[in-house]
Each structure stands twice: as structure tokens, then as C-alpha cells.
Design a protein around this ligand. Sequence first.
Ligand code: TNX
Length: 545
Amino acid sequence: MSILSRRISKVSLPILLFLALGFLSGCSREPKLPELVLPETDLASAALIPKPVRVVNKPAAFPLDHHTAIFTEMGRDAFTGVGLFLSQEIQKTQNLAIPVNPDSSTDLFRGIYLIQTPGMEQEQYELAISSDSILLRSATAEGAFRGVQTLRQLIPHISNDTLAEYPVWVIPGGTIQDEPTFEYRGGMLDVARHFFDISDVKKYLDIMAYYKMNYLHLHLTDDQGWRIEITSWPKLTEIGGQTEVGGEAGGYYTQEAYKELVAYAGDRYITIVPEVDMPGHTNAASVSYPFLNGNGKTPKPYTGMRVGFSTLDTRKDTVYQFIDDVVREISALTPGPYFHIGGDESHATPKAEYEYFIKRVVPIVRKYGKIPIGWDEVGTVSLDADVVAQYWQQDKANVARAAEQGMKILMSPAKKAYLDMSYDSISKFGLHWAAYIPVDSAYTWSPETYSSEIPRAAILGVEAPLWSETISTIAELEYLAFPRLLGYAELGWTPPAERSWEDYKMRLIRQTPYFKRLDIQFYPSQRVPWMEADSLLPWHNNRTK
Ligand code: TNX
């Protein structure tokens, strides 16, 4: 028996009734839905990113039109929320109104059904597309949300206006069975070197969600700025939030704004990971509260690009009280499981002091119910295995030590995964201390095998950090992030055997209608054949000439 039929046979009685009622209401009424003769389709060649695990074609297609409705399982609010999200996106993109859970006894619909199916993994989903229905099965609303992104990517950006008196968007028929390779597929924004307001971050979240990424790490503090309101220490933002690289005015998130961002991410099944970088990268904190650095001096605000010159006073109890307050306030606003403590480039902190400091901060994070993450330097400190080390440096000693201690590793090797590395020597923005990272190089590596020191079982996932020393506008941010971010989304989701640059780049070029619609200022790398895009759109360009 195939996996598919095995799963269908497990569908419970209430769900069968739910489906049958939907279909019966269709059969029992006059007039019937118009029969449309649809063109041949090819689901297996659709330009999906990340590439799904398994796709099977079927000689059928689904006509998305004003006769379509979304039905979600009754009494499951989270599933209804996912249905509403899909409906809103179709409204925005196709300008088509699709009702969610309409009364199907008064009107006739072809249904998109979101069906809760126990026994599947957290983010696993199955999409079965035929001429009269789309069935999206998952155990959780999160799984349904990931499947909805696949469906969105399958809807052509142009309607076919020759099939009926009204616009029809032809969705290719077949079955997709899909689930992620890694549980953590993330991006990081450095909002400290340059501040980006919540509308910019929301746009990034929209795009991450479309490509099934599920964690956004916010680098909230650094030498050049403190970006989150802490009510018990108000000068952090009153003073420390007012600067950024280059001397422009900085900015910060009020707690209300941060909560709004967390909720916006949550609606997209993305978890925010807040980072307060310490004991280094703390000049902005010490400008606000000079006692923190322990050297008796009030530091000047810093707007340059150097690293490694600041430290907290590791032997002062009031410093740990300060940290306790910061971790407590941010943790209370953050429903996700992780709290990032930075810990990188603490060159101004003697090694023994660094170890002492990290060992005192890790329990504070645990006290507020969070799992500590640190940059790979934390791997050098003897810690329990619940701490996550984020691999960034070429020197593998730190991650090797972390893996020996049983810590999980988040893969962000700078040579491959740093979005702030320039594409090439003529790139307008970015740094190149680790490497130039052209679009193909960003994609053609395997987190699974990148480092022999890190066993596959220790890898939590992949994250692409975007440091912001050289970028200050959303357009500049997008130039560095796109199209490379999509490659990291695929590395996190698609198993290695299914990945190929030749295949990926042809799917990548077909993302341009989406990029244009969202006005994403992507870098049109010459390693990708963008010009051929129009003639290569089997689904996305089925308007008859
Ligand atoms: C290293 S990566 C840093 C950041 C810089 C970045 C620039 C890491 C943990 N620390 O402070 O912004 O390089 O590429």
C-alpha cells in the first residue's frame, strides 16, 4: 500500500463525513458548477522552493476561481486561521475573494479542505490536488501553514481568461508529500548596527514564511545600539538606542512594537529568537549605564565598525542583576523557546572571566524558561548539553568542543551562510572577511556534511545571519538577502539527495513574479539565467497568446 492510501485509510469518520457533506452539497444542487476543460499540467515541474520531498503528477488540474471556497475543520481555530491566511493572500495576489467556511447548503463550491490528520509529524503535510478538490492534510495547523505556502506557490500569477467567462487560475494536479529536513530554518537580522523598523522586519517575515522558514533571530544589541525597550533600565533605549553605524539616528522597538512583531511572526508560524550580545559587543549598554563596564569610565557612543573592544564587568553582582532584568523582561515578551546570549568576539574579556561570565548567565536564561543559544565561542566553556552553539567561524575548535559536550549546533558558517558577505568584488554592499559568496556558492554546500566535527544528529538546523554594518535601508538589505535567502530555505528543508544547483536555479528564476509583486530589490546575479524566465513558466504563464 502506498503511503498516501495508508494515510487516507486512517482518516477518521468525522472527517469523512465532513468531506462527504461538502461534496454531496455539490452533487445535490442545480445548476452544477461549470465543467471546465483545463490544459494539461505538470505538477512535478512546478517552481517550488524549497523543493518538496515527493511529488506525483496526476492528469487533472484544479480551477481556482470564484466558485472556490476554503473549508477548515470545525472547532479548530488554528486551522481556521490558516484558512483565513490563505484566503487573504489569494485576495491580495489574485484579487479573488475566496470565502472560508461558507454555508455550503446555499451556495456551490469547489473546496480547498484543510484536514487535521493525526499521526503526521509537526510540520509534515500532504497536498492532493484534483479537478474538484484540494485536500491539505496535516496533524497541526503549523503543518497546514507550510502546505499552504506550497499551494500559494502553485497558483499562477496570471489568470487564464480563455477557459471561461471569468478568470481561472489553473493549479496543476497531483500529490505532494513533504516535511522538513531540519527543525530550525532561520534567518537573522542585525537591527543593532543599523536599525530596521517593524514594517521592514514584517516584510522579511512575509518572505521567510513563503519559503517555509520558521525562526527569525533578532540581534537586538551591539556596540553601536540597543534596540529593545527594557522598562527597568530605561536609559538603554533613551541613550543607547539613539546611535548606529555611520552616526545616523538609531531607533528601538518599544515593548509594544516587539510584541506586535512576535505576534506577526507567530501568525506565520515563525518563532522570534531575541539576542542580547554579551559580555562583548556591549558599548551601547555601557554608554547608557557606565557602571556596567567596570573600568570607571563613561564610554563614548560608538558608530564605527570595529568589534571586540567592549566588555561587561564580569565580577560585579549588579551586572548580573542587570542581566537578570533584561532576560526576564524580554523572555516575558517572547513565547519561543530560545534566548540568544551572543558570547562572540569577547576579545576584551580575559578567557577565565569569559568562562565565569557565561556560566553565570546560562542559569539566568534557564530560570526564565528559555534554552540558551550562544555563538560558537560558548562551546569552549564547560556547559550542560541543553545549550545550543551557533557555528560561525572557520576555526572549528569551538564547535568541535561544543559537539563533544553534546550541545546542539546551529549551522551558520560565515564562508557559506553569511548574507552580509558580498557576492563578488564589485558588489555594492557587504563585507568579505570570510569569503565572497556568489548565489551558487551560497546554495552548493551541505549543512549535513560541512564539518566532520559535527555529527548529523547534533545539527539543529541552518541559519543565515545578515549583519548590517554596510546596509541601512530595506532596499540594501534586500540586495544582500535576495536571492540567497531562498537557497538557505531549501538547504534547511529539502534532503541533500533532492538538491541540485542546475534544477534549483531554474526554479529560482521563476520566483521573479513574486519578487516583483513584493517589490523585492533582489540582486540579479549573472550566474542565474534570469532572462529566460518568461519562456520557462509552464504554470506561471499560461495565458494564451
Ligand atoms: C562577525 S559573526 C561578528 C559580527 C559582525 C560580523 C560581520 C559574529 C558572531 N560576530 O559582530 O557583524 O562578523 O560580518
